[in-house]
Design a protein around this ligand. Structure first.
Ligand code: SAM
Length: 174
């Protein structure tokens, strides 16, 4: 299992980014997103996408990230520009993941030092400042070695048919 924990949602300001963190987690192979704070809209959007385009994928909303972070039984990966290079440490994280679920933590505003301290891995996707959405996408793709791109979706009621030009969406019969 791979779960993405999104810290520190600021009401109003972070809505779209939180939605994008959860959509990216879903599209790129995570099983669940845990969103912290006033994020009902983001959770609803992602549930709606999962209903239409398939899953399994779960979203939960919580008031505090601490219980999830503190009680996690498996490697905790915190994505941060101050961390160790993703290309160096991901093979070791992947090896740990064979036996245990991975928690991938991404921030929004300032991240408390306790998160750096609790993490088993502080991982940088470059050491340049950018976005939690981009960092998450690169990390998941490295963790799964690209296999997430070819995933089967269950209980979808529609499916996009890839096309060089134009758009085609098919209804899926169960
Ligand atoms: N100012 C915040 C701080 O000092 O911790 C960071 C804000 S940044 C816009 C939001 C999140 O994007 C970070 O918490 C981190 O999870 C992620 N992020 C940004 N750049 C990253 C990088 N180079 N590698 C990994 N994650 C990164």
């Amino acid at each position: 299992e791979v779960v993405v924990l999104r810290l520190g949602h600021r009401p109003g300001r972070d809505d779209r980014m939180t939605t994008h963190v959860a959509l990216t987690a879903r599209a790129l192979g995570a099983d669940r997103a845990v969103l912290v704070g006033e994020t009902t809209q983001a959770a609803e959007t992602v549930e709606d996408i999962t209903d239409r385009f398939g899953g399994p994928f779960e979203v939960t909303v919580t008031d505090s990230y601490r219980p999830t972070l503190e009680d996690w039984e498996g490697p905790v990966v915190h994505l941060t520009m101050y961390g160790e290079p993703v290309e160096e440490v991901t093979p070791e994280i992947r090896a740990d993941h064979v036996e245990a679920p991975v928690l991938v933590v991404v921030g929004a505003g300032k991240v408390d030092f306790e998160v750096y301290d609790r993490a088993d891995w502080n991982v940088g996707v470059t050491n340049q400042p950018h976005s939690e959405v981009a960092a998450l996408a690169v990390f998941l793709d490295r963790l799964f070695e690209g296999e997430e791109l070819d995933r089967e979706w269950e209980n979808a009621d529609r499916r996009v048919v890839p096309k060089a030009t134009g758009k085609r969406v098919e209804e899926v019969d169960d």
